[in-house]
Design a protein around this ligand. Structure first.
Ligand code: GLC
Length: 767
């Protein structure tokens, strides 16, 4: 094996919008994508056409640089890249010259045969966050990780690798911030000062180029905005997917599916979604229904619709080898399956037995796959769960000679699941016409947010998994994903009733709220835990439905800016050391205003860290000063949840499904604070793409304690709100409040609530 280190520069040329630098070992290219984003690609085998699965933007046309005997310097309004010539090293600074991140002078970028690595200097106080779905602490300093999408069945709380690859992290030191996205789909490695001498961190891959994007914005929020500008943002999700989802491997028949759904209505527990796991199929053949147990899919779905339930069905990539089975015959006839270089089709065992695997890297295959969903869309399925797409191949490593598209398996394995989700999303979007499909995938690569929601795979019914799940949700949020679920209750094993109740209460604040369990485990539905526990679970699910207007507006933020719904406190309180303390690292903000402290099911008080701000406990309106930790009561009936002072939270009355209109009152809750605040309220039909044509309802709600005023801006967009009335509810306002008065008209004296028409024009309320 040969080690090579990037040596001295031999030439520097600017060609169009790229700076090309040559050394004896490699060619380096530099592009400026935006003032705060610079891309570096260092390659030993230059391929000018290096397309990316993740990136959807093009570089900017112009940039400025200067060249001297020692270095080349590129400067934007945000970043300075100093490229030293002997040897070639890449060092990033703020425009003002503060060090953000520098190559290790000795080793910089180097290779061992095809393996490519970049060693970077480690700062004494440097912290790292990101990498998406990874175990370990919020601060990844001292840890190392591998990206190799894996069917991590029965994984423990320290397992690595897991199902997904998000090679993007944010570095924090000296009060500065930077981001780095290593866009390389080979097996990749990240070491945040774990195995080195505390002087270096490094990342690398088994092959491909040293191809990375450096983000220089000076806030975690802006870096995340830049990363999601580069790799895309989610569309508005169907509103129904934000309601409560009930899943199981498997409800074994149409009768059982219907029975479960009906029971939610009988028990008056709100829910929107029920799932069919693999057993709805005929011998696990994708795009089929079991004729005995699911004889009339359309009939089943009609009945579910009549009680406001939607059905989501699972699809796996493995196509059963069985002549006469439509997808097998078509795949063979058209050469749609992954093969060895000699054209022989690759075979592996998964649920159906011996299978071939669609080559989702080819457009014709994606189109064929997408069109096959008629078997599900004709009976009106609107949600499509993509599983086993790492891809899983039981008992074996997929041989390296297997080809996906133009590539060998090891080159693109990490993007296979993403390409399956893409094929599913694009196909079902075409089939559903103007309706939004809901796609959920287990395997993913950076950019998957454009196509699909994700969940964190097969967790277990332990407290430690519940806490890890929350950290993974928060971490996936840093890497562009917002619609994220974990199997509430734990997939494997049986939760204690206390764990079930506790986990469900955290589910209220999980972007995708889905209860799922493995075959052979105890039934998990809310009524399986005794009357008392059922009542708690029901109340929590009701709270989720009360919060849906806030949650939907939160997803609008994800759609527009990439800010996820569940946010590690490191995003907003980056310079507060306490948020990285392992005691507090699971805490998160759910949207702009709600702080949630996960608590194990065996603890009934919790040490909660409240960052510098003022906070109100949601359940009591009790007020707390932040910048300190408190001991919070945490009975199973009341997860410690705090509202930031000044918060504006839209809620609605309890409905049984998102299909119900409810009482038509949008409740705007405001918690008193000393500082002005505003909230972007967003609503649309929750179902179609009409919002892209302006059919939405959006207004800014502002609270100004200086002016003693709460105001609603004029409505933007043509959508007519489903709420006819607005009810303003105040929390924590002082007793000398003079009463509420709509400016110039009605006054409600001495009241903390006021109801008025949901007028489209500007509304101002004095108190
Ligand atoms: C995998 C999935 C799990 C599913 C099961 C059966 O283990 O991760 O969610 O229930 O397969 O399809």
């Amino acid at each position: 094996m040969q080690t090579e280190i990037l040596g001295n520069i031999k030439s520097v040329n600017k060609r169009g919008n790229v700076l090309i630098i040559k050394t004896n070992e490699a060619v380096a290219r530099i592009w400026v994508y935006d003032n705060s984003i610079i891309r570096i690609n260092v390659s030993k085998s230059l391929d000018e056409n290096d397309t990316s699965f993740a990136v959807i933007q093009n570089p900017a046309n112009r940039f400025d640089y200067t060249e001297s005997a020692d270095e080349v310097v590129l400067t934007t309004s945000v970043l300075k890249l100093r490229v030293s010539k002997s040897p070639l090293r890449f060092n990033f600074y703020t425009a003002g010259g503060k060090v953000l991140s520098e190559d290790d002078e000795r080793f910089g970028i180097n290779w061992q045969d095809e393996r490519v690595i970049n060693y970077r200097k480690l700062h004494l106080d440097e912290k790292f966050i990101g990498l998406g779905e990874k175990t370990g602490n919020l601060n990844r300093r001292g840890s190392s990780y591998v990206n190799w999408n894996t069917d991590a069945a029965l994984h423990g709380v320290d397992a690595d690798p897991l199902y997904k690859t998000f090679p993007f992290f944010i570095g924090l030191h000296s009060g500065l911030t930077y981001g780095l996205f290593f866009d390389n789909t080979h097996k990749s490695y990240f070491d945040f000062g774990a195995t080195t001498d505390e002087q270096m961190s490094w990342f690398g891959a088994d092959g491909g180029d040293m191809n990375y994007y450096f983000f220089g914005a000076q806030s975690v929020t802006k870096i995340m905005e830049d990363y999601t500008w580069l790799t895309g943002r989610m569309e508005m999700p169907p509103l129904w997917s934000l309601g409560y989802q009930q899943c199981r491997w498997s409800y074994m028949s149409a009768a059982e599916v219907l029975d479960i759904a009906e029971n939610f209505r009988k028990e008056k527990i709100p829910a929107d979604v029920i799932y069919c796991d693999i057993d709805y199929m005929d011998e696990f053949k994708i795009f089929t229904w079991n004729k005995e147990t699911f004889p009339d899919p359309k009939g089943l779905i009609d009945k579910l619709k009549a009680i406001n339930f939607r059905l989501v069905t699972i699809v796996d990539p493995g196509i059963k080898i069985e002549p006469g089975y439509k997808q097998y015959d078509e795949g063979v006839a058209n050469g749609y399956f992954a093969t060895y270089p000699n054209g022989k089709k690759y075979v592996a065992n998964v649920w159906p037995g011996r299978c071939h695997f669609p080559d989702f890297f080819r457009e014709d295959v994606r189109e064929w796959w997408g069109a096959s969903f008629t078997a599900l869309t004709e009976p009106c399925v609107e949600g499509f769960w993509n599983d086993m797409n790492e891809p899983a191949a039981w008992g074996q490593n997929i041989p390296w000679m297997v080809k996906f598209g133009e590539h060998y398996m090891p080159e693109v394995r990490n993007a296979y699941g993403m390409q399956m989700a893409r094929a599913t999303y694009e196909g079902t979007k075409r089939l559903l016409g103007n309706k939004r499909p809901f796609v959920l995938t287990r395997a993913a690569y950076s950019g998957t947010q454009r196509y699909s929601a994700v969940w964190t795979g097969d967790n277990s019914a332990y407290d430690a998994h519940m806490l890890l799940g929350q950290r993974m949700v928060n971490s996936l949020g840093i890497t562009g994903m917002s619609l994220i679920g974990v199997d509430i209750g734990g997939f494997t094993g049986d939760p204690t009733p206390a764990l079930m109740v506790r986990w469900n209460s955290l589910g209220v604040y999980t972007p995708m709220f889905r209860n799922h369990a493995m075959q052979g485990t105890k039934m998990r539905e809310p009524w399986c835990w005794g009357k008392e526990n059922e009542a708690i679970i029901k109340k929590d699910i009701e709270l989720r439905y009360r919060l849906l207007p806030y949650i939907y507006s939160g997803f609008y933020q994800s759609h527009k800016t990439g800010m996820p719904l569940s946010r590690t406190l490191a995003i907003n309180y980056t310079n507060d050391e306490n948020v990285f303390d392992v005691k507090y690292q699971n805490q998160f903000l759910f949207g702009d205003a709600i702080l949630v402290a996960p608590v194990e099911s065996t603890k009934f008080i919790e040490d909660v860290y409240l960052p510098a701000d003022e906070w109100y406990r949601l359940s009591t309106d009790e007020k707390f000063t932040g910048g300190r930790s408190i001991i919070a009561d945490a009975p199973l009936t009341d997860l410690p949840v705090f509202i930031k002072a000044g918060a504006i939270i839209p809620m609605q009355n309890i409905i049984q499904s998102t299909n119900e209109k409810g009482d038509g009152i949008l409740e705007i809750n405001v918690w008193y604070g000393n500082e002005a605040n505003s909230f972007v309220y967003y609503e649309d039909d929750g179902l179609t793409y009409d919002y892209e044509k302006g059919d939405y309802y959006k207004r800014v709600i502002s609270f100004d304690p200086g002016k003693r005023m709460i105001s609603f801006s004029e409505v933007e967009g043509s959508f007519v709100s489903k709420y006819d009335k607005i009810k303003l509810v105040l929390h924590g306002f002082t007793t000398n409040t003079r009463g509420l008065k709509i400016k110039g008209t009605m006054k409600v004296s001495g009241s903390q609530a006021l109801t008025f028409a949901n007028d489209r024009l500007m509304i101002k309320i004095e108190y």
